[in-house]
Design a protein around this ligand. Structure first.
Ligand SMILES: NC(=O)c1ccc[n+]([C@@H]2O[C@H](COP(=O)([O-])OP(=O)(O)OC[C@H]3O[C@@H](n4cnc5c(N)ncnc54)[C@H](OP(=O)(O)O)[C@@H]3O)[C@@H](O)[C@H]2O)c1
Length: 284
């Protein structure tokens, strides 16, 4: 464990609902839903580790930072606005990490507002309505950004003992389902990218963990189109839900799983977690 080091967390942000105001805490206000990266940052900060949070919006990052400090006065949090699809921007982010400190990395960027626009924000589309560019766009959002990040981070951590690289994948990467042509194929690509890294980097002291969540309550599923499409996919496996709303788990559970993997004295390889009530199969 490297308590005096920093943990770089990509993809920290939140969604806000109408009626929100920007003095409220994103973790406790009913008008906000923190995403997975924001919850990873909170849980890791609460274990006493310093965190650097990265996403495209400085304004959002500042809100996440302030909200963590409100929850945990002793936390050390700094912000790193970045475009994870741009090599020079990623290089700057890595160069700006505190000098002389041990660095661990959590990659949780994905379908952010910055890089991926789909009707109704719904990634679960019937095959005839899946725009031709979506699979590669989504692939780029997760696989290409990870490649860039890893290429830039490797020289920085090369001399470190025991670096952790934790990637937020998805249950969609290890099991297919109807309406998943774009989403499941991109996440399956990510799954194999992460497995490749795990094998390639292990003997260089970089220990890779894959964390695969099922449905997480980050606000994505508040949209009726997303709720209905995901419930319809579950029906294919015999699952039905009250009001056609698929069960969701709190994003802090994903944050806790990642904080555990970061602080464990074991090399945690994979964590799969789904909300109670969502289908638990790990292949399809
Ligand atoms: N929510 C779920 O139910 C669920 C379940 C399983 C897996 N996952 C996966 O877990 C990951 C995180 O999910 P989430 O729900 O927390 O996602 P999210 O709310 O869509 O957040 C994605 C984050 O990535 C950032 N990002 C995207 N592209 C970027 C870029 N080019 N440069 C800088 N930042 C960028 C976004 O920043 P900006 O907003 O500033 O653009 C945002 O903070 C995703 O890969 C998602 O597919 C999610």
């Amino acid at each position: 464990m490297a308590n005096d080091g920093v943990v770089l967390v990509t993809g920290a942000g939140f969604r806000s609902a109408e009626g929100s105001n920007d003095t409220e805490n994103i973790y406790t206000s009913r008008f906000y839903k923190p995403n997975i990266g924001a919850c990873v940052a909170l849980e890791v900060a609460m274990t006493g580790r310093s965190v650097v949070i990265a996403s495209s919006s400085e304004a959002k990052l500042s809100r996440v930072r302030q909200s963590i400090l409100d929850m945990c006065g002793t936390a050390t949090v700094s912000t790193a606005p970045v475009d994870l699809s741009d090599p020079s921007s990623v290089q700057r982010m890595v160069d700006d990490l505190p000098e002389g400190k041990h660095v661990d990395v959590v990659h949780s960027a994905g379908l952010g507002a910055a890089n991926y626009k789909i009707p109704d924000d719904n990634p679960y589309l019937p095959v005839e309505r899946t725009p031709i560019g979506f699979p590669t766009q989504e692939f780029d959002a997760v696989v290409t950004t990870l490649l860039l990040l890893v290429q830039k981070v490797i020289p920085r951590v090369a001399e470190q003992e025991r670096t952790r690289l934790i990637v937020v994948g998805s249950m969609s990467g290890i099991r297919a389902y109807p309406f998943g042509y774009s989403h499941a194929s991109a996440k399956a690509g990510l799954h194999h990218a992460v497995r490749t890294l795990a094998l390639e980097l292990n003997q260089r002291g970089i220990h890779v963990t894959e964390v695969n969540p099922g449905v997480v309550d980050t606000g994505l599923y508040d949209n009726p189109a997303v709720a209905q499409a995901s419930a319809a996919a579950s029906k294919a496996f015999g699952y039905t839900f009250e009001g056609d709303r698929i069960p969701q788990m709190p994003p802090r559970e994903v944050g806790r799983a990642i904080a555990y993997a970061l602080n464990s004295e074991a090399h945690v390889l994979t964590i799969n977690l789904v909300p109670f009530g969502q289908e638990p199969h790990t292949g399809s």
